[in-house]
Design a protein around this ligand. Sequence first.
Ligand SMILES: [Zn+2]
Length: 225
Amino acid sequence: MSAAGGAGVRLVLLGAPGAGKGTQADEIARRSGLPHISTGELLRTAIRDGSPLGRRVAGIVERGELVPDALIGEVMEERLSRKDAERGSVLDGFPRTVAQADLLDRILARRGQTLDRVILIEVPEPVIIERIAGRRSCGRCGAVYHVRHNPPKVEGICDRCGSELRQRPDDAEAVIAERLRAYRELTAPLVERYRRAGLLLPVDGRGRPEEVFSRIAAGVPGLRA
Ligand SMILES: [Zn+2]
């Protein structure tokens, strides 16, 4: 990355479920050496580690409750204070709301840091629905297929282990529509906030992952395609 003098490069990735956020975050991390920090993974790791913070998270998750922003903020602050995040980070799944964005600003301010770019991966909803609703996975070995883009040799049967493929309940079309609606409602004000702050980088999320990455790299100083 080009940012010198320890300034670092701090990125946030926004995008609807199925927009390819995780894939791009991984790719940016791989090319830049910055850590990819995903909220889901962070919380799972905290629970596994059994740290005092992790035990609090585990209690909440076990009761089936939503992890409150303040606690996510604590886990995030702890993660961002580690050595590998000194030069920057790629955040995926946080912030998700305006309240979380305020929290992130405060965490960064305490560390004398600011955000550099908020990358918004845009994919039209019909494309997202087609991507997700066509997914089929193997309950036995975890292989993932797509009925059109990556079909198994025999319809409904896993190439690798011969088990029956199924659709995750979350991937049913009606459920996706609801997840997209919830995403729009929560994220629209967040997008507007970052647009006004001049941080937003909207990127066309259609096409192959390499094509999407090139578009991101063109808008993030120091990231080479
Ligand atoms: Zn299988």
